[in-house]
Design a protein around this ligand. Structure first.
Ligand code: ADP
Ligand code: MG
Length: 304
């Protein structure tokens, strides 16, 4: 968990040291300037965040408050999440982890009686000012606790989104299917059965096909809400390996109630309690050297 950055030969600016190529189009200087200007703006506005110096900020949240009617479910959440990393959200049941995750692709907008205040920026763009929510949800994909494949073939599940987006070219669709299933480490298991019923697969396979379906939309960020909690240990391990393998290419924010899982797969961990972020840090610091007594108590199993 601790040395993922070095392990992947990717430094904090998103540069692949091994291949000496920048992992996205912008030059490091450009990125650095953009990040510095966001930081300065926040400092000027006196908005203090849980920022980690030196990292490229992908998702930036300021003074986020969410109410379900009267219920204050997220309280002044501030956090800067780095790109191309795995960020785990941990905390006891009911503390707002899923609620927070859903704010990142505006899924809470669908719930009646919700009030959301504050600011969330993805790649510096304020997503609550973005009117095209469909486009946002393409860029910020989501995988749920229970696999939710459609009652159709594996192939049709994967191309569902691309087809809606207007892709009709059979060759292109075939390519998307292969690429996505390979990306989700399930190609070898299903390649001879692409026309078979998706719901005929095992639970663990279905969850990896769900991840493939998300990848097929070519997202920037993948949100996962307890994606392995309904899986057996072997399937869980496969999904964990998959998450590790994806993080060079995607920013993954994952809710997990399994602290060993957070320790195994994440680079950064945010500890939520009663709708607040108590602590956000590199995962190794959260688990080995937490700054807040409540974090320490939680990870030592004293509550929750
Ligand atoms: P977690 O994922 O950490 O278990 P949630 O984000 O699901 O927590 O819930 C946080 C709080 O908000 C809980 O008290 C929960 O009961 C409440 N809550 C969640 N969803 C809704 C909803 N749709 N309507 C009203 N209250 C909700
Ligand atoms: Mg939840």
């Amino acid at each position: 968990m601790s040395d993922n950055i070095n392990k992947n030969n990717i430094d904090s600016n998103g540069v692949d040291l091994k291949n000496n190529v920048n992992t996205d189009n912008k030059s490091i200087d450009e990125k650095r300037i953009a990040i510095d200007s966001i930081r300065k703006e926040y400092t000027d506005r006196n908005l203090v965040g849980n920022s980690l110096p030196g990292d490229e900020i992908k998702i930036s949240v300021r003074n986020l408050n969410l109410f379900y009617g009267e219920k204050h479910a997220l309280k002044d959440v501030n956090i800067d999440m780095p790109g191309n990393r795995v960020i785990a959200l941990i905390g006891p049941s009911g503390c707002g982890k899923s609620t927070f995750l859903r704010t990142l692709n505006r899924m809470n907008d669908l719930i009646e009686g919700v009030t959301i205040k504050g600011e969330i920026r993805i790649n510096a763009e304020d997503i609550y000012k973005t009117t095209d929510v469909i486009d946002l949800r393409t860029r910020v994909g989501m995988v749920f606790q229970k696999a939710n494949l459609f009652p159709m073939s594996i192939y049709d599940n994967i191309v569902y989104g691309p087809r809606i987006q207007g892709q009709r070219d059979k060759k292109k669709l075939d390519e998307i299917v292969e690429k996505s299933l390979r990306g989700a480490a399930i190609w070898d298991e299903v390649k001879d059965n692409l026309k078979g019923a998706a719901l005929g697969l095992s639970g663990g396979q279905q969850q990896r096909v769900c991840i493939a379906r998300t990848i097929a939309m070519d997202p920037d960020i993948i949100l996962m809400d307890e994606p392995t909690s309904a899986l057996d240990p072997i399937s869980t391990l496969k999904v964990e390996e998959l998450i590790e393998s994806l993080k060079g290419a995607y920013t993954i924010v994952i809710v997990t109630h399994n602290m060993q899982q957070a320790a195994r797969i994440s680079d950064y961990t945010a500890f939520f309690l009663n709708g607040e972020i108590v602590e956000f840090d590199e995962t190794k610091n959260i688990f080995e050297n937490p700054k807040d007594k409540r974090t320490e108590d939680y990870i030592n199993g004293r509550f929750g």
